[in-house]
Design a protein around this ligand. Structure first.
Ligand code: PGA
Length: 259
């Protein structure tokens, strides 16, 4: 049985005071989640990582830490950038790669994302590779084609042995931050397609083992239904991860899956 993963991507939210408040509230929820099979991950902005890491350590909280992005080089003249090694140093074990906001606002795609995946793995981080179609692509029946192209230029462009470690997040762009969640059936279909593709390229073993998360307007109210679908191995959560009770509710929804 794969361990479900629920990840909270805080995006550009979380001053140090807010970070302390949110993790403090989350630590109160954690007790009620004791025994959950869900692996819990928070992904604060870079500037809050050290504070978050210290709090998680001090409270011995069973919560992993991740970065929202990384540069593909280990160091050098790349003003404003952060390397995988720097994230590791702060206690991160995961990193997002290719979130749709990186693709849309910062033009990331293709070779850049492939290099970032390779860098994450080189630096000992588990990449969470985000893929997903836009509304017009879904409406013109191109969802699978778009997902295939996104996987081809990233996951299938790195060495197969490296690719095994990656976590994939299916995040339909039209569902991100919109309150319009994919239906459980839409999520299940997309996950099935992605997994079939991975099995075809990397073998059934890897396809079966790889965790595929759903992301896009996941809330405590819809998590259990989404996460109970076959092949939906967890959630990548934006807005709802900023409220401890909501986020804990989503973890609870995922716990049913693991039961
Ligand atoms: P959302 O964001 O949960 O606010 O829709 C999801 C994401 O961007 O990963």
């Amino acid at each position: 049985m794969k361990r479900p993963l629920v990840a909270g991507n805080w995006k550009m939210n979380g001053t140090l005071a807010e970070t302390r408040e949110l993790l403090g509230a989350l630590s109160l929820e954690i007790e009620s989640l004791a025994g959950t099979p869900v692996e819990i991950l928070v992904i604060p902005p870079f500037t809050a990582l050290e504070t978050a890491a210290a709090m998680l350590r001090a409270g011995r909280l069973p919560i992993a830490l991740g970065g929202q992005d990384l540069h593909w080089e280990t160091k050098g003249a790349y003003t404003g950038e952060i390397s995988g090694g720097m994230l590791r140093e702060l206690g991160c074990t995961f990193v997002l790669v290719g979130h749709s906001e990186r693709r849309t606002h910062f033009g990331e795609q293709g070779a850049v994302l492939r290099s970032k995946l390779e860098a994450a793995l080189r630096d000992g981080l588990i990449p969470i590779l985000c893929v997903g179609e836009r509304l017009e692509e879904r409406e013109s029946a191109r969802t699978e084609q778009v997902l295939d192209a996104q996987l081809d230029e990233t996951l299938f462009a790195i060495s197969p042995s490296a690719a095994e470690t990656v976590v994939v997040a299916y995040e339909p762009v039209w569902a991100i931050g919109t309150g319009r969640t994919a239906t459980p059936q839409q999520a299940e279909e997309a996950h099935r397609h992605i997994r079939r593709r991975i099995s075809g390229r990397l073998g059934n073993d890897v396809g079966g083992r790889m965790r595929i998360l759903y992301g896009g307007s996941v809330t405590a109210a819809n998590a259990a239904e989404l996460l109970s679908r076959p092949g939906v191995d967890g959630a990548l959560v934006g807005g709802a991860s900023l409220k401890a009770t909501e986020f804990a509710g989503i973890v609870r929804g995922g716990s049913l899956r693991g039961a």
